[in-house]
Design a protein around this ligand. Sequence first.
Ligand code: GLN
Ligand code: ZN
Length: 763
Amino acid sequence: MVTTHNLGFPRIGAKRELKFALEKYWKNQSSRDELKAVGAQLRARHWKHQSRLDLVPAGDFAFYDQVLDMSFTLGNLPERVRGFHGDTLDNTFRVARGRSCEGAEEHAACCGGVAAGEMTKWFDTNYHYIVPEFDAATHFTLDTSRLVEQLGEARALGVNVKPVIIGPVTYLWLGKAKDDSDKLALLPRLLPVYAALLDHFAALGIEWVQIDEPALVTELDTRWRDAFVTAYDALSARRVRLLLATYFGQLQENLELACKLPVDGLHIDAINTRDEASAAASLLPDASVLSVGAINGRNIWKTDLNAALDWLEPLHASLGDRLWIAPSCSLLHTPVDLASETKLDAEIKSWLAFALQKLDELHVLARALNEGRASVADALAHNAAAIESRRASSRVHNPSVKAAIAKIDATLGQRASTYETRAQKQAALLDLPAYPTTTIGSFPQTNEIRHARSQFKNGQLDESAYRAAMEREITRAVKEQEALGLDVLVHGEVERNDMVEYFGERLDGYAFSEFGWVQSYGSRCVKPPILFGDISRPKAMTVEWIEYAQAQTTKPMKGMLTGPVTILNWSFVRDDQPRSVSCQQLALAIREEVLDLEKAGVRVIQIDEAALREGLPLRRAQWHDYLRWAVEAFRITANGVRDETQIHTHMCYSEFNDIIASIADMDADVITIETSRSDMELLDAFDNFNYPNQIGPGVYDIHSPNIPSEAHIVALMKKAAERIPGERLWVNPDCGLKTRQWDEVIPALRNMVAAAHALRASA
Ligand code: GLN
Ligand code: ZN
């Protein structure tokens, strides 16, 4: 019999119950016990959902983050919270976000605000974890309380439980040595704690433990590879059985290493790597389990079950009971339940599977393998019909889009003239001062804006009243910017709830869920739109708003768009064509918008690529290919304009060193980036690379309520001018101002404009 299991379940809840409970607690509107009760209810509900599996994960639930929970289990807390009293959960929140609940907490005076832990992307997903902190003196001590409690709860429900922990090597790999010491040197201190934890599981009568080592899908140097051998040699003699879990990609050169580790089973992500499944089957020792991730754990598409069986059956024939099946990775990255979606178009809905539906698929696969396909003939026929309907649907395939893609050639992404020629023509037309000032796009989202938007959504406000309300906000933003003396203005993006969703809603080929939330970090969730079909633009999406805004001022007004790579990276995308092709389609659609803006007389157009960097593949060897098509998509979008039209792009991150040449290759006339928090350190990238075009290093950290002084901004700009000639510098904030208040933004921008004046005077 094939064994079914799951690597992890989304914990936020089908209706985001955990988010709301957390936020209530943080605002001191509920007690810690009430919050804990919500956690327990969600865990119980999720175990029930999974109870048909042979092995159900426990320990995958986290109130904030699973990596942070592991740090607590290993007794690895940053020094700043170590002496804190009170409840572990409160300390979890202190490490994660600098504080626990507002106000009424007993230990507020002694354990009040501390620096929040650093957060970073969990492999190539849009989930963010709290980075473990190390230094040369780091010691570990085991705290089994969380795992023991959750195992007890699961067992009380009668499920066959499999604890899930992050493995020692990946745990070190994910962390950061604050003193630049060698974090791998901590391994000998870490392993006894893991050994004790495994012994504890054994004492509780646990048979299988899932030990996650996704670092194995990345490029590892010899020391890291050796660390795996050391670690698993040390853990091999325990009385529990270890399932070593890898996911998010292929093992490639690490496959053999993984197969030879002295564990009892290996899980691999078999979505794009069927060959590795059969290779692993022959490399693994005779008694080992091979668990194959046969269902994509991080998208929203139905699995082609018949096709999956075609390759699973031979594997089953050779492995017998040693074959396990599961989703490819934890279902954390998938919404919970498609059944909640009542408004989704029925045909599109028939193509989708969220977490619960993916578990159903797993059961069908298992039965087909155990009892033959005939035993699940109906389910398989149903699945085949859905797969075929999607494959052949005219809603997915638009011949004119495919024809346009086929016609793409190098000239499409090529501007007519070089940057120098364009810059001269643009300068003559725009007549901007030295150190021109601008902002990144959005202005504060006030309560009135949110109110008008929700009234419009539920029909209490008609189209024209809504438009009038938005126009009032645009006028306000324009007047404020004129009063401040900014040089290139923005309309403020009031009409957009989200920079990707807004465009998705206006493009053909996109669908939207109501409850398709996925955790991004802590209580924050995103609802990525679903890119299901060939993309086309039925009509202009932003032109009227920008025209309205331009009519309110004689200063240049920026047209504001989201770029194709960012739209792609923040959507659920098709699995029936390469990402690069979906990106080309988006590029052609946004290009039409760029050209329409130009036709409407807009002289400056900003195309945001906030998410370009985060799309980088896990393996460096694949970076080149990604950057090639991503940059090309941007160029197709942006570069059809006349010399006189100034193209801006914006990126909100600060690690450029390794991709600076690709950024330059995009050939935007102006790029604005995040820099202020790192004190212009990021401009180090420009030491060895002569960035050819104009650049606006952000001088106002919009993530903080602090108001930068004029002197501070001047100092930052002078640092920038050491790397980039002053004639090519712009003065602007780090990112959009959406999350700030007007009473913060006005003084900050006033100082920014004053700083620009000071720079001009001293230039
Ligand atoms: N133009 C967008 C804004 O200002 C950019 C947001 C972003 O980079 N994340 O809101
Ligand atoms: Zn940004």
